[in-house]
Design a protein around this ligand. Structure first.
Ligand SMILES: Cc1cc2nc3c(=O)[nH]c(=O)nc-3n(C[C@H](O)[C@H](O)[C@H](O)COP(=O)(O)OP(=O)(O)OC[C@H]3O[C@@H](n4cnc5c(N)ncnc54)[C@H](O)[C@@H]3O)c2cc1C
Length: 377
């Protein structure tokens, strides 16, 4: 067993870390204050190739794979988890198009999505509940030249800025009565609604998408009619959940970095608090969670790259890492004492960001259901 990351993945880590520190870090304060996603980041991410990491070269990507993508999401999220979730949800759109799109759809949508000319999203969740996919209320009524969409999607990342939206709606009853579509910004009857203001991940654009008698041409059906459940499950399970695992992993790494830095700098009783055993134990606990999470995440991504079934492992990675990030952020705040609760210290943001990652991409309870089903099969 070789645990060394492949050379190209290490190169991705190096270039994305540099990008995150030089380009993303200066935007964090503005994102926190205004709770707006900086549109210029889309083009910048396109320029360093991070938007096309899981898209084949013939459609404008590098196809470096899911392990490279995991590391890239981790590195961006280490600096800004809000930028990390935006990147990972964009990948959900490119993955759905790569996996289920027609040649014409791939040629039309993937190159601008990889270049950063366009931003993408994947809109599944509805007010009737994200966990209950079949409970969705949105409909797609077949008409002569396509479909008429009606309904509402909520909590959607990249909501107001997306140019191409992968979405699902009912074309019939039951699991085979759901179909997937790609809808372009500007399509009559399609609009972005309310902008949500969240506890954490401030600066990630989250909101509502509304379809009101929205006519979508037949060529925008993604996959076959009735295949929407497969599109949603595969995209959430194999791309969205590991993406949120990577986002949480970046937060965990930042908790560790901030805790070590503070423990070495803060002096009490004439010496750094790093020399207090209680602080050492807290740092060790954060490190243990970081290492356990990292290998769950990398293993899940590696499985996906190797073509094996990975739904249980991606879910486990998401469930474990998002919970571990919350615990690590709490410990990090405690290590900082009162400073940890002050807005100028990053750990309070890390805690808020970690809390939001627990439900995004599927809650812990749904994660446990997936893992338990496999364990008890
Ligand atoms: C920041 C953020 C970004 C997001 N981005 C997107 C996006 O881009 N696209 C998108 O489609 N969605 C997105 N979502 C939505 C996200 O996927 C959902 O929030 C998630 O699936 C949970 O759905 P819900 O919030 O409606 O909770 P609900 O489904 O209403 O669940 C409520 C509670 O019931 C529990 N529960 C539900 N079912 C069961 C069960 N069977 N057994 C035990 N407990 C259960 C849940 O665990 C939870 O505790 C985002 C969410 C957030 C917070």
């Amino acid at each position: 067993m070789d645990f060394t990351l492949p050379r190209e993945v290490r190169l991705v880590r190096r270039s994305v870390r540099e990008f995150a520190e030089e380009t993303v870090a200066p935007l964090v304060e503005r994102m926190e204050e205004r709770d707006e996603f900086p549109a210029e980041l889309v083009r910048a991410m396109g320029e360093i190739g991070v938007l096309g990491l899981i898209t084949p070269p013939e459609h404008g990507g590098s196809n470096l794979g899911h392990l490279a993508r995991m590391v890239a999401v981790e590195e961006v999220s280490r600096v800004s988890a809000a930028a990390g979730i935006s990147l990972q949800v964009h990948h959900m759109a490119t993955a759905a198009l790569s996996d289920f799109g027609s040649d014409a759809q791939k040629q039309k949508y993937l190159p601008p999505l990889c270049r950063g000319d366009w931003l993408g999203t994947c809109a599944i969740t509805e007010p009737t509940g994200g966990s209950d996919l079949l409970g969705m209320a949105s409909t797609a009524r077949p008409v002569a030249d396509g479909y008429v969409l009606n309904g509402r999607k909520c909590f959607i990342t990249n909501c107001h800025l997306s140019d191409a939206v992968v979405t699902v709606a009912k074309t019939g009853e039951g699991p085979k009565g759901i179909s997937a579509f790609v809808v372009e910004k500007g399509t009559p009857g399609f609009s972005a609604g309310r902008h949500e203001h969240k506890l954490g991940l401030r600066g990630a654009d989250t909101g509502e998408l509304v379809f009101r008698d929205c006519r979508v041409p037949r060529e925008n059906l993604l996959g076959n009619e009735g295949e929407g459940m497969a599109v949603a499950l595969r995209t959430i399970g194999e791309v969205g959940r590991p993406g949120m695992a990577g986002t949480s992993l970046g937060i965990l790494q930042a908790c560790y970095d901030e805790s070590v830095r503070f423990a070495k700098e803060r002096t009490l009783y004439g010496r750094p608090i790093a020399q207090l055993q209680a602080i050492q134990w807290s740092v060790a606990e954060i490190f243990a969670e970081l290492q356990a999470s990292r290998w769950l995440c990398y293993h899940a991504a590696w499985l996906k790259d190797s073509g094996a079934d990975c739904g249980v492992e991606t879910t486990l990675a998401k469930m474990y890492t998002s919970e571990a990030a919350v615990k690590a952020a709490q410990k990090a705040i405690e290590i900082h004492g009162a400073c940890g609760t002050m807005m100028e210290y990053a750990v309070q943001r890390l805690f808020r960001d970690a809390m939001v990652c627990v439900s995004a991409g599927g809650t812990t309870e749904i994660g446990k259901l997936v893992v338990a089903r496999a364990a008890l099969a």
